[in-house]
Design a protein around this ligand. Sequence first.
Ligand SMILES: [Zn+2]
Length: 250
Amino acid sequence: MTLDAAPPATDHKTPYARSANRLLAAIGRRDFDLIEPHLASVDLAKGQVLFEPGDDVVTTYFPGSRTMVSLLIVTRDGREVEAATIGREGAVGGIVSAGNKPAYGRAVVTIPGSALAVPTAALETLKAASPAFADLFSRYADALLAQLMQSVACNALHSVEARASRWLLATHDRAGEAIIHLTQESLAEMLGVQRTTVTAVVHALEERGLIRRHRGRVEVVDRRGLERQACECYAAVEEHFANLLPEVTL
Ligand SMILES: [Zn+2]
């Protein structure tokens, strides 16, 4: 995974694809008018680091329709494991706290694509000005917390095969296509396991006809079968999200 951090481009004048991010699309027109002057359309590159642990979160990103960002926890010896997957249904950055606070994890772009970037300070001003906007964001924070909590159970209790299936399903949802650009090395990093373990798991899933491997890509062939293979965590997180944020569809 490359770790080149690039500052968000702010000179794009393309129309803001508000609907590309479902969380932004759920904001009322009046509230969106307040945030729109602060939005910048940016392109996020694969492997781009949006923030590192300890960085001030000065920018919050709303991923576009096929963009995906992973929140990773990094250990002192440099290993990392994914704690949350965020795509068009959410935002990465100043979700809960007011003002620019230090990041706890590393945010890395796993599927490149467009996003809308907003200064976290502007987001805070809007939260203070609009109870509806603040409510939407606090419900999103709850959903993200649930995903993080589920990851604790998942990483401790569930098999690598079930976890890999869960990850592929969540990524399939956000990528919006059956082909997922992914090396086995990245999947191993994401799951916090040895590459050889992932190789065996991916091979087993392919043997069962659930996925097909290509060079640097994985194709989801049998989504229903993959759902049966995944642990309960995928459905649990999705269901909780739908209950908390019925107006935000993936
Ligand atoms: Zn699980």
